[in-house]
Ligand binder design. Structure first.
Ligand code: G6P
Length: 607
């Protein structure tokens, strides 16, 4: 939710700011702005709409200062508009602020500031920060920002610059990510390292309550009392091309095609001498053996990965497992004891509800494992152990390769628990691991020919609504399939365990209504086929994802998408891929932007 960038050094700031904002646009894209702190004083440019609109305006202006901050917004307080776009400025126009997060006590602060004579221009919570810094400013921006943050409650990643101190940017954070890096020609700040990796691979992931002062000469770090601190530097060796489309028409397709690599990287090094190991979890077999209950918390697509994991953990390790949407978990009264393992799944590692749920679980004495894609993210930092999914940066808002990375990581966790509990012999684990590794090749096969998927998409593109069904592992997969379709094509889609169809959803079915079913060969195949017949008898247009070689299924379907035969427990890995491609194909046919769907943002850092 909102991306911020900043640069100070020897080069013009505007090109980096615009390029950085483009890379962070996945975080929000309803308006954008920059403030350049150059020789002519502070110049602020803001535009409603995507970064491209801002870039167009900036191109025609003479913004040649070498220090500046920028922002791309996902609106929370105040509708998307130029006046609500960041940077926000103080009354005298000398202080500019960009912010990612929410200031919870902004209404009270705004009233006090207005009583003290400050005039507000926007409806945002952020603007109070510019005025608070202005009130506290006595010639030292760092100390003014420290004083201002003492008065705000909520979550923030902040970058502030002031006309009186050219070349200086002060940054700080609480519960919103900020990374800082020093390159050869200056210092950089961003909400996500992807914006700065081209300039430096040595990154400081700032801690909550830490401050940094960026000048052309370098970066200094301070704690909340203003005492200098030595930060931890993380070296990042990702491929910078992650932020480019690499010849694909959109990031979503590129990321879908990266999935075989994600599976292989996630599995690399996990089988040592016939023994499955996940060292990062830092728990002995004896400690794992003491776990009596597993609770998975997550949101969105990550929640669907959790549904898959629940089935695997219960089946293989025989540990009772629940999956909770994080926003519900925090307000429920979940049963968490010291023998409960809480698994928090979050691609971004910064989803506000998931983080709050982690904190609640830890207060209750649970051990928390994080499964995240982002190094040094709050979920990683606040968990007792962390498994990094090896998806690398995911740019398209709708998650694809991260989902597969999460499912594969959770599959390993389920196997590890089964191993620790003595529920699976080592030869079984080795055989399962081999089959799991084979899914990489199987996904490659699915990606090599999408003709059937594209034909099914053409047949369903004009529907007003669609139903996804499956049983067992197929049910968990169909939830994610329906979410993908509605996220990017705005076609209403629902998913149901196929057996539930008769208890309501079947009433929706009339001539031509699309029903998309996971009907792969496995323990519930015959049951799903019966459900297909019930839907077909009422006029449904049936699309099935079926097992290669299953000719019989053609009698029950209008469109068949074949996938290679896999162990039924790995169906979510392989069958999700055609559903991702199906959603994308429909979205494109309906003229939608598949990378940046309306109203959504990739990371949801507000409740
Ligand atoms: C947003 C994204 C989804 C994602 C969900 C949870 O809604 O658009 O793609 O699944 O947040 O995010 P997380 O980063 O916690 O996995």
């Amino acid at each position: 939710m909102c991306g911020i960038v900043g640069y100070t050094g020897s080069l013009a700031a505007a090109p980096f700011l615009i390029e950085g904002l483009r890379k962070l646009e996945y975080r929000g894209y309803d308006s954008a702005g920059v403030a350049i702190n150059g020789e002519g004083g502070l110049q602020v440019v803001r535009r409603k709409g995507k970064v491209a609109a801002l870039a167009q305006s900036v191109k025609s202006m003479d913004l040649n200062g070498t220090c500046g901050i920028g922002h791309t917004r996902w609106a929370t307080h105040g509708k998307p508009s130029e006046v609500n776009a960041h940077p926000h400025t103080s009354c005298d126009g000398k202080i500019a602020v960009v912010h990612n997060g929410i200031i919870e006590n902004f209404a009270e602060l705004r009233e006090k500031l207005e009583d003290a004579g400050h005039t507000f221009a926007s409806a945002t919570d952020t603007e109070v920060i510019a005025h608070l810094v202005e009130e506290a400013y006595m010639g030292d921006l760092l100390s003014a920002v420290r004083t201002a943050t003492e008065r705000i409650h909520g979550a923030y990643g902040l970058a502030v610059t002031c006309e009186n101190e050219p070349g200086v940017i002060i940054v700080t954070r609480k519960d919103s990510p900020i990374v800082v890096g020093q390159g050869e020609t200056g210092a950089y700040v961003a909400s996500d390292m992807i914006a700065v990796l081209e300039y430096t691979r040595d990154i400081v992931v700032m801690a909550d309550g830490q401050f940094a002062k960026l000048t052309p000469a370098g970066v200094e770090f301070f704690d909340m009392y203003g005492k200098p601190v030595q930060p931890e530097i993380t070296h990042i060796d990702w491929d910078v091309d992650t932020a480019e489309k690499g010849g694909y028409p959109d990031f979503m397709l590129k990321e879908i095609h990266e999935q075989p690599r994600v599976i292989r990287d996630t599995l690399a090094g996990r089988m040592v001498g016939g023994h499955l190991s996940i060292d990062e979890l830092d728990m002995t077999t004896e400690e794992l053996n003491l776990i009596e209950r597993v609770t998975i918390i997550a949101c969105g697509t990550s929640y669907h990965a959790g549904l898959v994991a629940q089935k695997l953990i219960e089946h293989w390790a025989r540990i009772p497992t629940t999956v909770s949407v994080a926003s519900e978990f925090r307000y429920d009264d979940p049963i968490i004891t010291p023998t409960t393992l809480v698994v928090a799944v979050s691609q971004s590692g910064e989803t506000a509800d998931t983080l709050a749920a982690i904190r609640d679980a830890r207060v209750k004495g649970a051990k928390v494992f994080g499964i995240t894609n982002v190094i040094g993210s709050p979920v990683a930092r606040e968990s007792d152990g962390v498994i990094y999914t090896k998806a690398n940066k995911e740019i398209a808002v709708a998650s694809t390769k991260s989902f597969l990375g999460q499912v594969v990581s959770l599959t390993l966790l389920a196997m590890l628990l089964a191993q620790a509990k003595g529920r699976m012999r080592s030869n079984e684990i080795r055989a399962l691991f081999r089959q799991l590794a084979e899914t990489a090749q199987q996904v490659e096969e699915i990606l090599s020919d999408t003709t059937a998927i594209d034909e099914a998409a053409v047949a369903c593109k004009d529907a007003a609504s669609a139903l996804f069904i499956g049983r067992g592992m197929g049910a968990a997969t169909s939830y994610e399939g329906a979410l993908k379709l509605k996220e990017i094509s705005y076609l209403h889609a629902e998913a149901y365990a196929a057996g539930e169809m008769k208890h309501g959803p079947i009433a929706l079915i009339s001539d031509g209504f699309p029903v998309i079913a996971i009907a792969t060969k496995g323990p519930v195949y015959d049951k799903v086929v019966s459900n297909l017949q019930e839907a077909r008898a009422r006029g449904a247009k049936i699309v099935v994802v079926a097992t290669e070689g299953d000719e019989d299924i053609k009698a029950h379907a209008d469109h068949v998408i074949y996938i290679p035969k896999v162990n039924d427990y790995f169906i979510p890995i392989t069958a999700s891929v055609p559903l991702q491609l199906f959603a994308r194909a429909i979205a494109l046919l309906r003229g939608c932007d598949v990378d940046q769907p309306r109203n959504l943002a990739k990371s949801v850092t507000v409740e």
